[in-house]
Design a protein around this ligand. Structure first.
Ligand code: SF4
Length: 221
């Protein structure tokens, strides 16, 4: 059990339910449990055409579905429109993580989330993306606000999911649930760059589908 008590949250005023974009089970587990304990009505929106290859995409998605079903949370399975993702990433193949390719990638995922929200009666969107310490929260929040601004009546909730022990509980839940442990951000370029780094540092290349969180492991992510 975490020593850090979970804070009970309320949605920003004027909103009664939330469309939560989820990138994966490890990142969304803590966010989902916090929302449930806070009595907040929400649905999961899984739109991540960045994830490559399809084997990795399906593993990450299935893990998220398993957790949503366990908690009886609606899971909206959106397109895997990789052609669009690659078209938008053209010319940015060699950009570093946290650079302009990632801004494009967050923009694209938030744009679809905001579109779905506007067409299905949600007035508030957010994402699990910002809970990871590997991500630039300001970059993510800028993308979220930008997407929401395209629609009248849609707001982006930039709550900091890392605070009040959120980042610690994220790891605890991942171990308890034995979630699949992805070893790169998601796209083919992050897979390439992580493998390059690993080989330079004498480590083996990433093997897809083999690593899972467990209570026996050291805290490493
Ligand atoms: S590194 Fe991650 S955030 Fe950046 S483009 Fe690739 S999948 Fe998207």
């Amino acid at each position: 059990m975490s020593k850090l008590e979970r804070q009970k949250l309320s949605l920003p005023s004027g909103h009664d339910k939330l469309l939560l974009h989820s990138c994966c089970a490890p990142c969304s587990g803590e966010v989902m449990e916090t929302l449930i304990e806070s009595g907040i009505d929400y649905s999961i929106f899984f739109y991540n055409p960045n994830i490559h290859p399809v084997k990795e995409y399906l593993i990450r998605k299935e893990e998220n579905i398993r957790f949503a079903e366990k908690h009886n949370i609606e899971f909206i399975d959106a397109d895997y429109d990789t052609d669009n993702w690659f078209a938008r990433a053209k010319g940015m193949e060699n950009e570093p993580e946290k650079g302009i390719r990632c801004t494009m990638c967050f923009d694209m995922r938030f744009e679809r989330t905001a579109l779905y929200a506007s067409e299905h009666g949600f007035s508030l969107i957010s994402s699990s993306l910002g809970i990871s310490r590997w991500k630039n929260m300001q970059q993510i929040n800028d993308c979220g606000h930008r997407a929401a601004a395209h629609y009248d009546g849609i707001d982006y909730w930039d709550y900091n999911w890392r605070k009040s022990g959120g980042a610690v509980r994220m790891l605890e839940i991942s171990k308890k649930e034995e979630f699949y442990q992805q070893e790169y951000c998601g796209c083919v370029y992050s897979l390439r760059d992580t493998n390059r780094w690993r080989m330079k540092n004498g480590r083996d290349r990433i093997q897809l589908g083999v690593k899972f969180y467990s209570n026996a492991m050291d805290d490493q992510d």
